[in-house]
Design a protein around this ligand. Structure first.
Ligand SMILES: [Zn+2]
Ligand SMILES: [Zn+2]
Length: 817
């Protein structure tokens, strides 16, 4: 212990904080394993359903910030006394990696994977790629201080796939999954069926062709507008709106298709908009989703003229056969105009549905796929949505709108390769679909069937053919909360963890990851998947645009962290992200974060000069005031953290630390803490030391979830070598209340006025003020602090006559608030 009044030297030796210490701390944390999840039944529990990232490329700063925010919540709840499971594993599935491998090596996956040996080779190429990207991602989150438990079993591990396949088998047996041939949304480039969630809409300039048809019965001409003349021979009816009186007399007559000469019935349907074109439209298989519905409603038989690879087949006629859709359109327009069958052409701008990944316009074609029932659970899902607690609540509307917009069951099968296999075999003799026992990981494209012969018709094993298709990637990722809580693996853990799950994610994937998860988990368990849903906005560039390679605005987090430190990066990640809102990249904010670490270091270093005392002091009003304000900030920060918000805590803490504690309290208390002139009694000095340490500890603890490095380092040096992250944050610590708290704000106002006065009169802030200062009566409790802080010759309490006193005098200053 430093002797009272003796020469003090700071415990924190270095003059400045160095970001190299961040790397040392990462090693220390790894060795200490303080983030390892352990069951503690006495503690409340939270399992974080950390988004398993697609391993398709490096993160930009926005993505890294999202993981940092998740880590802040995990760190807070641990310090708040909860058991927190925060795993990290990768989503190693799906199209993105295949497309990358395809582009990188210039191979066609459909060719190479056409044999089991080739398929194995292709999967291996994907795996190498995934391993490399995963290593990079893990490197980034470790470097920015995320306290996740790293699970090497990603979504492509036999363990994950086994569980996902088991849920498929259960759902199949319960009749929730079926196979059907029906019109689906299809990407001709990716050669895969798309779910509604995988469709984007883009505005496009297009031409509307007015085509001349004839009525078979009386030969009169009718004109029908279409943007898809190449689908002419897929037309199976002409329809108009039942309320459109203009065409009443055509009902049940027939229209003859130009060029092709086939005649089709003229019918009514409420989907037709009377003001589109002429109000008469052709129903083709399939131009858009309303065509699909009209075929169903009108009982029409589809005529498929487009192949899955986006070329025209023989049904399109000799003129178009073999052409791409675009070529077919130009060809048929040319022929129609030569034959004078086009009445006119109109330029229009309309919305086109495109593949979310490659932006190719989608087609509706008939495909045989597996579907998971969802439409029949519409009402149950809406009820379930009511039970889900969203932070912030405003994003729940996106989920409800999505549930209400669904029009088809979810196609869950894909003709792709790097994904979980659909665990089914088919008997080629009796066509029975054979379902294996759950509990194993099956690869039907290469594994021997798990039956010696067909269980139904006794056909030999060679006739049992494994399914070649795989799951849609969301079918796998939608069991993530079940996976992390030990479903089908650790029953005891599952019974405790499930029901205590936090889902953090962006609002952009509410219609996919969020929706599919609540659907799947509800169908499997009958319960809501999540207790808390923390929905964030998007990480955008400094101009508010999404970051894309094509825009050249992607900011790599690594050099930023090397330059400013992880704490500074995390400061930006917290202070730019109002809960639920988008957050913009701002190097300026990262710089402010770096300056804030310097400020924290300087404050702590100053305080580390004084002993931490627990008794033998008498608090002065100003001490009580700052302790009260620190308590208030503490309570506000805890409330915000509990609501999964990090924006409010960092704002509160930054403002308190810098603008209140450092600028006013520390400046005022310095003479008393140092007591160089020995004018203060010991108990008052000790009160200053006690207050300084107490407030610093509050700041460090509450900042620790957001800025875990500098706070931990200081804590280890000054208070406890075991570090800050095993400390408890508890509301009970924040009980200081004193009416002096409010008065402190007046004190700050007064200080600012005196500093302004000094500046105006060319007096340095540290110089004595050789005049009499009159202060408002209410600040009497702080009178000595004011005198010492500003080195004022004489401080007096204002009285009514001060106005007269001030007349013409220059050696007094009267301050009114
Ligand atoms: Zn595509
Ligand atoms: Zn059979």
């Amino acid at each position: 212990m430093v002797a009272f009044g003796g020469v003090l030297s700071p415990k924190l030796r270095s003059h400045r904080w160095s970001i190299d210490r961040e790397k040392e701390l990462i090693d220390i944390w790894g060795r200490e394993e303080i983030y390892k999840f352990t069951f503690d039944l006495d503690k409340p529990l939270m399992a974080i359903d950390t988004p398993p990232p697609y391993t398709s490329g490096k993160w930009h700063v926005g993505a890294a910030a999202h993981y940092a925010q998740i880590d802040m919540i995990a760190r807070f709840y641990r310090m708040y006394g909860w058991a927190v499971l925060a795993p990290f594993y990768a989503d190693r599935n799906g199209l993105p990696v295949e497309v990358l491998v395809e582009r990188t090596y210039g191979i066609n996956p459909f060719e190479i994977a056409s044999t089991p040996e080739g398929r194995l080779k292709f999967l291996e190429m994907c795996r190498v790629f995934l391993d490399r990207v995963e290593e990079e991602l893990v490197g980034i989150w470790r470097r920015i201080g995320c306290s996740f438990e790293y699970w090497r079993d990603g979504t492509d591990s036999p363990e994950y796939r086994r569980i996902s396949q088991s849920t498929f088998i259960e759902m199949w047996r319960r009749g929730l999954i079926y196979e059907a041939e029906r019109p689906v949304m299809w990407c001709p480039r990716c050669k895969t069926t798309l779910a509604e969630a995988e469709i984007d809409r883009v505005e496009e300039d297009s031409k509307l062709y007015y085509l001349k048809f004839r009525v078979e019965e009386d030969g009169r001409e009718i004109v029908i507008a279409t943007t898809r003349p190449e689908l002419l021979n897929a037309c199976e009816a002409v329809v108009y709106n039942p309320d459109d009186g203009r065409y009443e007399e055509l009902y049940k007559l027939h229209a003859v298709i130009p060029l092709y000469g086939r005649s089709v019935p003229i019918l009514k349907h409420s989907y037709v908009k009377p003001d589109f074109g002429t109000g008469l439209v052709m129903v083709c298989s399939y131009g858009d989703v309303s065509d699909v519905r009209m075929f169903r409603d009108l009982g029409l038989k589809p005529r498929i003229i487009i192949n899955p690879d986006g070329t025209m087949n023989e049904e399109a006629g000799d003129q178009l056969k073999g052409l791409s859709i675009g070529e077919a359109k130009s060809r048929i327009v040319k022929i129609l105009s030569e034959e004078k069958l086009i009445a006119r052409v109109e330029e229009i701008r309309h919305e086109v549905p495109v593949c979310w990944r490659c932006k190719t316009p989608i087609e509706y074609i008939n495909m045989k796929e597996y579907f998971l029932k969802q439409l029949e659970f519409h009402d149950e899902l809406l009820n379930l949505a009511k039970e889900l607690k969203f932070y912030p609540e405003e994003h729940k509307g996106k989920l409800i709108d999505w549930i209400n917009s669904l029009t088809m069951d979810w196609p869950i099968s894909k003709t792709r390769f790097y994904a979980n296999e659909i665990p089914l075999w088919k008997c080629s003799k009796c066509s029975e679909i054979l379902v294996p026992e759950p509990g194993k990981y099956y690869r039907p494209w290469i594994d021997k069937p798990p039956w010696d012969k067909c269980p139904k018709c006794n056909a030999p094993q060679e006739l049992l053919k494994g399914e070649l298709k795989v799951f849609d990637t969301w079918f796998d990722s939608s069991i993530s909360p079940l996976y992390i809580s030990g479903y089908l693996r650790k029953p005891e853990m599952f019974s405790k963890v499930f029901g205590n799950i936090l889902r953090p994610q962006g609002y952009d994937i509410i219609r996919t990851w969020y929706y599919y998860t609540i659907l799947r988990v509800y169908l499997l368990t009958g319960k809501p998947a999540f207790k808390w849903s923390r929905i964030t906005g998007m990480g955008l560039d400094d101009k508010g645009r999404a970051m894309h390679k094509s825009l050249g605005n992607v900011v790599d987090p690594e050099p930023i962290v090397e330059k400013y430190g992880a704490d500074a990066f995390r400061y930006w990640a917290a202070i730019s992200a109002r809960l639920g809102g988008d957050y913009r990249w701002s190097e300026k904010h990262v710089k402010s974060g770096a300056l804030f670490t310097t400020k924290i270091w300087n404050i702590a270093r100053f305080i580390s000069s004084f002993p931490e005392v627990k008794e033998g002091f008498k608090l002065k009003p100003i001490d009580e005031a700052i302790l009260t304000l620190a308590s208030e900030v503490g309570i506000k920060a805890i409330e915000a953290y509990k609501n999964l918000d990090v924006y409010e805590p960092i704002n509160q803490l930054y403002n308190f630390t810098w603008n209140i504690f450092a600028d006013h309290y520390i400046e005022a208390v310095k003479p008393r803490a140092y007591n160089t002139l020995k004018k203060y009694p010991e108990e008052e000095c000790r009160a200053a030391w006690y207050t300084l340490h107490t407030v610093l500890k509050i700041i460090l603890k509450l900042l620790a979830p957001i800025m875990p490095f500098i706070t931990d380092y200081i804590w280890r040096q000054m208070y406890d070598p075991k570090g800050i992250h095993i400390q408890r944050i508890d509301e009970k610590e924040f009980t200081y209340t004193s009416s002096y708290g409010k008065l402190f704000l007046k004190f700050m106002e007064l200080n600012s006025k005196i500093w302004k006065y000094k500046r105006k009169n060319g007096i340095r802030l540290s110089e004595p003020l050789d005049i009499t200062v009159y202060i408002p009566e209410e600040l009497k409790p702080f009178i000595n602090d004011i005198r010492d802080l500003h080195r004022i010759k004489d401080v007096k309490i204002s009285i009514a006559e001060t106005d007269q006193l001030s007349m013409g005098k220059t050696d007094i200053l009267i301050i009114k608030l």
